[in-house]
Design a protein around this ligand. Structure first.
Ligand SMILES: [Zn+2]
Length: 648
C-alpha cells in the first residue's frame, strides 16, 4: 500500500453511486457454489484469532474531518453478515467479514491493536511511562480516533514513540493525529523508521502520482458504493480512510538487521527488509513479550509483487529470502505474531507453520515463474498455468484476496524480462483504437461482433465476451449496446473474482462504461508529500510537466535558492527539456528565485498567483527578470481531468 493515497484523498468528495444493479447470472451462482466447495470454510481458526482480546469499540461509528466530511464509517461494512450473497466470491466475503471487525484488541498483556479503523492497524505497546505506537493508520483523524479509544479503554498515557514499519501512507499518514512535527523535530517523541523511509515515502510515487492516483480509483473501488454489489473489502483491510494524510519525518533511523533499541523500557530488535513489500521496511521483535511484528511482509492474503494501480515491480525472491531470515531469527522464540494488517497469530507452532508456508508461496511463485519463463512461456502463458501446490493453496492466508498468482506471475516475468515477450509482432503494435476498428471490420462488422459477444455472454464466457466487446467500444466509443453488455460482463467477472482488487477494477470499469469517467478534477501529488520533497525532486516533478508544444524553441536559465533548507539549483530549459543541477549558477541567469521550500511547493500546487502577497512582502525574492516565472508557468501542463481507461 502506497503513497498516492495522499492524492486520492482529495478526490473522495464527489462519489455518486448511480450504478445499475446487475443480478448475478446462473453461471456466477454456479461459480460461487464451486468456490464454496473448493476451500475449507469449516476452518474457523482465523475467526478465533481475529476475535481474541476484544476490549470494545468506538460508540460513534462516524470519524469526521475538521470540515465535517466522513473520514471513516465503522458501520459501512455492517452488511457483511451471514452467508455470502451470489454477487460476492465466498472466500472474499469471508475475508471481508474478518477484516471488517473493528475496535481495540489485547494481543497480549502490554500489546494492543486498533483494527478496522482504516486500511491498516495501529499497534500500541505499553512502555514504562507511555505508548509506543507501531504504525499510525493513514489519516490523522482515524489515528486520533484510535488513540482516543485506547485512552478510553486503557487509561490516559502519552505517546512516547512512533515507529513506521515502512514507507507506505497507510502506515505513516496518521502520525499528525498523534504527535506534532515540533515534538518530533525536538526529539520529545521518538519517531523511528527504517533507512530510506523518507525518500521512499515521498518519491516512490511522486513522479507518476497522477497516473497512479487515477488507477488507484479502480484498484480500491473508491467511487463504488459499499455493499454486496459494490465494494466489500480491500484484501488487506476494509478500505481506504478518507481523512487527512500527514507526514512527520523520523528522528531515529534503523539501518541494519540485529540493531536494538530500548524505548521507554521496552526492548526492540529490528530486521531490516528493504526491497520486499516496500523499498524501506522492517520487522520488529519484542523480546520482553516474545512477540514478533511482521510489518506488511507476512499477511492474511497473497500480496502484490506488482500493484495493479501501477508501481515499480517488487522482488518475490527477496521477499521469500527475508521471510526465511525472519524464521531463522525469531521462529523458535515467538509466541505471538502480529502484523500491520489483519489479525495476529498465536502460539509458536502456529507462527512457525504460517511463516514457513507463507514464505513458500512467494518462493514457489518466483521459482516456478522463472522455470516456465526459461521454458519459453510468456508472462500471460505463465499466469494461465501457475497454481500453488495444494498444501500451500489450501491455507487461507495464501489465497489471492489482494495480490493474485496470475498477476504476480506476470510481475516476476516483468522483473526479469520486461513487458516485451520476444515476439516481433509486438515490437510496433497498432494503436488500440486503430487495431479495434480493423478487427471489427475483419470479423464482419459491429453487428456481427456484438452477436458473437452476446452468444459468449449468454454462455457465461464473460472473459471472451469482454475481449470482443472491448474491441467494439474502442472501435466506436458511441456504441451504447456494446458498452452496456461489456458493463454487464465486467459485473459478472467482478462478482466471481476472489481478489478484492480485481472485483473493484471490474466493477469500476462497469460503472464508468455506464456513467462515464467521474469528473472530479485531475489527481495531483499530495500536498504533504510535495512539502517534504527535496528540491531536486520538486524540479523532477516540474520537468515531467513541461509541454514541448507550449515551449516551442524558447529557452530559459534560472537559479533557485531555498532559504530554509539551503538547497540550491541551477535550472536550464531548452530543446524541450528541463535540466537541473544542485549547484550555484555557473553563468548568467534570467532570474534568481529565493524562497522557502513550502512556498516553492505551493507555487507548483497553486500557480504563481499563490505567491503574489509573499513577493510583495519580500518573503519570496526574485532577482532579475520578474516575468521569467510566469513564462515557465505557461510552459507547464496543468493536471488534467481523469483519463479514460475502459473507453478510448
Ligand atoms: Zn499497508
Amino acid at each position: 500500500m502506497k503513497v498516492w493515497l495522499a492524492g486520492v484523498g482529495a478526490l473522495l468528495l464527489a462519489v455518486s453511486g448511480t450504478r445499475a444493479a446487475e443480478p448475478p447470472s446462473a453461471f456466477t451462482v454456479a461459480a460461487q457454489a464451486r468456490a464454496r466447495t473448493a476451500s475449507d470454510f469449516a476452518d474457523r481458526q482465523d475467526f478465533d484469532f481475529a476475535g481474541r482480546g476484544y476490549l470494545g469499540t468506538r460508540a460513534d461509528p462516524l470519524i469526521k474531518t475538521a470540515d465535517g466530511r466522513t473520514a471513516w464509517d465503522l458501520s459501512a461494512y455492517d452488511f457483511l453478515k451471514g452467508e455470502a450473497p451470489a454477487t460476492v466470491e465466498p472466500g472474499l466475503w469471508r475475508q471481508a467479514q474478518l477484516l471488517a471487525r473493528h475496535g481495540l484488541f489485547e494481543v497480549m498483556p502490554g500489546i494492543y491493536q486498533v483494527r478496522g479503523f482504516d486500511l491498516a492497524n495501529a499497534t500500541f505497546i505499553r512502555g514504562k511511562t507511555g505508548w509506543i505506537v507501531i504504525d499510525t493508520l493513514g489519516s490523522a483523524e482515524t489515528a486520533r480516533a484510535a488513540y482516543d479509544l485506547v485512552s478510553e479503554k486503557l487509561g490516559e498515557r502519552p505517546i512516547v514513540a512512533v515507529i513506521y514499519t515502512h514507507s507506505h501512507t497507510d502506515h505513516f499518514g496518521g502520525a499528525g493525529g498523534l504527535v506534532t512535527a515540533q515534538q518530533a523535530a525536538e526529539g520529545k517523541v521518538k519517531v523511528i523508521a527504517p533507512e530510506g523511509f523518507l525518500e521512499n515515502a515521498v518519491n516512490e510515487n511522486i513522479l507518476a502520482g497522477p497516473a497512479m492516483s487515477r488507477r488507484a480509483v479502480y484498484q480500491f473501488g473508491v467511487f463504488l458504493p459499499q455493499g454486496p454489489q459494490g465494494q466489500v473489502n480491500a484484501g488487506i483491510g476494509p478500505g481506504l480512510s478518507r481523512g487527512t494524510p500527514t507526514l512527520i519525518a523520523p528522528n531515529t533511523t534503523i539501518t541494519r538487521t540485529g540493531e536494538t533499541l530500548t524505548v521507554d523500557g521496552v526492548r526492540l530488535e529490528f530486521q531490516v527488509t528493504p526491497g520486499t513489500e516496500a523499498p524501506a521496511e522492517m520487522n520488529i521483535y519484542l523480546p520482553d513479550f516474545h512477540a514478533l511484528c511482521m510489518a506488511e511482509n507476512a499477511n492474511a492474503t497473497m500480496h502484490n509483487v506488482l500493484t495493479p494501480r501501477g508501481a515499480l515491480v517488487r522482488d518475490a525472491k527477496a521477499w521469500a529470502d527475508d521471510l526465511t531470515e525472519s524464521l531463522r531469527l525469531y521462529g523458535d522464540k515467538t509466541e505471538v505474531m502480529f502484523t500491520s494488517h489483519a489479525w495476529p497469530r498465536f502460539g509458536r507452532a502456529e507462527v512457525d507453520d504460517f511463516l514457513g508456508k507463507h514464505r513458500d508461496a512467494y518462493k514457489f511463485l518466483h521459482d516456478q515463474s522463472v522455470r516456465l519463463m526459461n521454458d519459453g512461456l510468456t508472462g500471460d502463458e505463465i499466469a494461465q498455468r501457475l497454481t500453488l501446490p495444494p498444501v500451500l493453496a489450501r491455507e487461507w492466508y495464501n489465497h489471492g484476496f489482494y495480490g493474485t498468482m496470475s498477476f504476480n506471475a506476470r510481475a516476476v516475468y516483468q522483473r526479469y524480462m520486461g513487458w516485451y515477450d520476444g515476439n516481433p509482432v509486438h515490437l510496433a503494435p497498432l494503436a488500440p483504437e486503430d487495431a479495434a476498428k480493423r478487427y471489427v471490420e475483419a470479423m464482419g462488422g459491429a453487428a456481427a461482433v456484438l452477436a458473437k459477444a452476446r452468444t459468449a455472454y449468454d454462455a457465461g464466457d464473460y472473459a471472451w465476451a469482454a475481449e470482443l466487446l472491448d474491441k467494439l467500444v474502442f472501435a466506436d466509443a458511441g456504441d451504447a449496446a456494446a458498452k452496456a453488455l461489456l458493463a454487464r460482463a465486467y459485473d459478472q467477472l467482478g462478482y466471481q473474482a476472489e481478489s478484492s482488487l480485481w472485483r473493484n477494477m471490474y466493477l469500476t470499469g462497469a460503472a464508468e462504461l455506464r456513467d462515464g469517467v467521474p469528473n472530479v478534477g485531475g489527481a495531483g501529488q499530495g500536498a504533504s508529500l510535495l512539502a517534504n520533497a527535496p528540491l531536486a525532486m520538486l524540479l523532477d516533478v516540474i520537468a515531467v510537466r513541461l509541454d514541448p508544444a507550449k515551449l516551442g524553441d524558447q529557452s530559459l536559465a534560472f537559479a533557485i535558492v531555498l532559504s530554509d533548507t539551503h538547497e540550491r539549483a541551477y535550472v536550464t530549459i531548452a530543446n524541450g527539456v528541463l535540466v537541473h543541477e544542485p549547484i550555484a549558477a555557473p553563468g548568467p541567469v534570467a532570474a534568481t528565485l529565493t524562497l522557502k521550500r513550502a512556498d516553492l511547493a505551493a507555487l507548483f500546487g497553486g500557480g504563481a498567483a499563490a505567491l503574489g502577497p509573499k513577493i510583495a512582502s519580500g518573503e519570496v525574492k526574485i532577482d532579475g527578470d520578474i516575468g521569467a516565472l510566469a513564462r515557465l508557468a505557461g510552459w507547464l501542463e496543468r493536471p488534467g481531468a481523469p483519463f479514460a481507461i475502459v473507453t478510448p
